[in-house]
Design a protein around this ligand. Structure first.
Ligand SMILES: Cc1cc2nc3c(=O)[nH]c(=O)nc-3n(C[C@H](O)[C@H](O)[C@H](O)COP(=O)(O)OP(=O)(O)OC[C@H]3O[C@@H](n4cnc5c(N)ncnc54)[C@H](O)[C@@H]3O)c2cc1C
Length: 443
């Protein structure tokens, strides 16, 4: 159930492993198998039309993957003792029961909306799914608004600020904290704020959103703890919450975030029911704690594991390092593993090291500084996490650090990595080696 990243991965994988399986994919929306992560780039005209986001239409998925697909079908209840689900056909408004041997819940997440009444205005948007994105892009094209207020300064707020600036809107981001991107380290967040300001985006710090002011079905402003902001468009980017109410009603155990708890084989607490993707909590392999991290790469991998297991294998999803990156105008902003405060809360004695080092050999033109902050365990020298920011080479280097963090490696091992040196791509002392050598001085 759920037809985006985790659901289609599970269905396709299981069918490939065991073509005799009879698999039905239920999706309440009209689209399946699309790149939700590319929606800000579709809205910002980098990707011209929404069809390019779609990997499989229902017909293509049926034909090429051999799975039955029922769009506009919503799961309404699960009866585990009878091994059946109750599904509503939204087109006909009828319900029917379907039996299962194995059920995979891939119901994902929805946008956090403090007050459902806000969404009644024609110019208030969230962009959780493709339909939302098409609606927003159509509005931008047809109505040509001049001002936008984005509620939330997380990664989607950042991506959407760029998309809306592209459409020549004057953009204000309202955020609850003093700096954008709350999960990152302060130094990285300051660089992000400078980039936002340089791009002409207003950032309203330490500001709570109280209400969306509406007149005759149109939002005219946002009421905040610091006063009202007039606007022509409001975008909600306040995070996600897992779609797990139906699972919970059926007795499936959920964690503190509301995400479904699964074991390494993606099994839930209820026999024959599996769950994967943005409706679940995952284990952070550094802190060894469950976290809620609704990201596409995780959903794809978990879906695969669920698919393997319903087909009779014993595949495992080990957990996540938490490797993320976001483009903020010219910047690549990446983070890996634990933040410094989070690491301290987990009982590590933490020290940090920050460097700014060039992305290419100094004599080669076009070099940009890469900011690297390492978060290290003082007792063992183990790398626990990192933030990287720069106009080039930050995201790719974050992937290197993700491997180190996942493998539990130390900054001493990091300092001896055999990283490449080629003037257009990296200096002889790569920014990662510079950072590791600086960090070693603390040990
Ligand atoms: C704007 C945006 C940008 C993003 N950028 C990135 C990025 O750069 N990198 C990254 O890793 N991640 C990114 N993500 C997150 C990523 O898209 C999600 O984590 C991923 O889509 C999760 O996949 P999923 O299949 O688990 O859940 P979802 O994509 O949420 O899909 C779940 C599906 O289940 C359906 N469903 C829910 N309940 C029912 C029901 N009762 N019956 C039937 N169907 C149901 C929903 O309609 C939905 O289609 C982004 C997300 C957004 C919105």
């Amino acid at each position: 159930v759920g037809g985006v990243a985790a659901g289609t991965s599970a269905a396709a994988k299981a069918k490939r492993l065991d073509p005799a399986l009879d698999i039905t994919l239920f999706e309440q929306g009209e689209f399946i198998s699309y790149g939700a992560c590319s929606m800000p780039y579709y809205i910002g005209d980098v990707i011209p039309d929404h069809e390019r986001l779609i990997a499989y239409t229902p017909a293509k998925f049926r034909e090429e993957r051999g799975c039955e697909v029922r769009t506009l079908h919503r799961l309404e209840a699960i009866q585990p003792h009878r091994k059946l689900i109750v599904v509503r056909d939204l087109a006909k408004n009828t319900t029917a029961e379907f039996r299962y041997d194995k059920l995979v819940l891939a119901t994902g997440a929805r946008a956090r909306v403090p007050d459902a009444a806000w969404l009644k205005a024609e110019n208030v948007f969230s962009i959780k799914n493709l339909r939302d994105s098409i609606r927003l892009k159509t509005y931008l094209r047809e109505r040509r608004p001049h001002r936008a207020v984005i509620l939330g300064g997380g990664y989607i707020g950042m991506e959407m600020a760029e998309a809306l600036v592209h459409h020549r809107l004057s953009v204000t981001v309202v955020h609850k904290d003093s700096l954008p991107m709350t999960g990152l380290e302060e130094e990285a967040r300051r660089i992000v704020l400078d980039e936002l300001t340089a791009a002409g985006v207003r950032f309203e710090a330490d500001t709570a959103v109280l209400d969306v002011i509406q007149r005759e079905g149109v939002a005219t402003g946002v009421q905040t703890s610091k006063g009202a902001i007039d606007t022509d468009l409001v975008l909600l980017a306040l995070g996600f919450q897992p779609n797990t109410e139906i699972a919970r009603e059926a007795g499936v155990r959920c964690g503190r975030s509301g995400g479904i708890l699964v074991d390494t084989k993606t099994r839930t607490s209820v026999e024959h029911i599996y769950a994967a993707g943005a409706c679940t909590e995952v284990r952070n392999v550094v802190s060894n704690k469950p976290i809620y991290l609704p990201l596409g790469h995780i959903a794809n991998k978990m879906g695969w594991v669920a698919g393997e297991n319903i087909a009779g294998n014993a595949a495992e999803f080990p957990g996540v390092v938490r490797t993320t990156a976001v483009k903020v105008f010219r910047l690549e902003v990446a983070s890996v593993g634990l933040g410094s405060r989070e690491a301290a809360d987990c009982g590590f004695r933490v020290f940090t090291e920050c460097v700014n080092a060039p992305s290419r050999a100094r004599q080669y033109p076009g070099s940009k500084l890469v900011f690297v902050k390492l978060i290290v365990d003082q007792r063992t020298g183990r790398l626990l996490g990192a933030n990287l920011v720069g106009e080039e080479g930050a995201a790719s280097r974050a992937n290197v650090l993700s491997v180190l963090v996942q493998r539990g490696m130390t900054v001493a091992e990091m300092a001896r990595l055999d990283l490449l040196y080629t003037p257009p791509f990296a200096p002889a002392w790569d920014p990662l080696l510079v950072a590791a050598n600086q960090a070693l001085k603390h040990l």
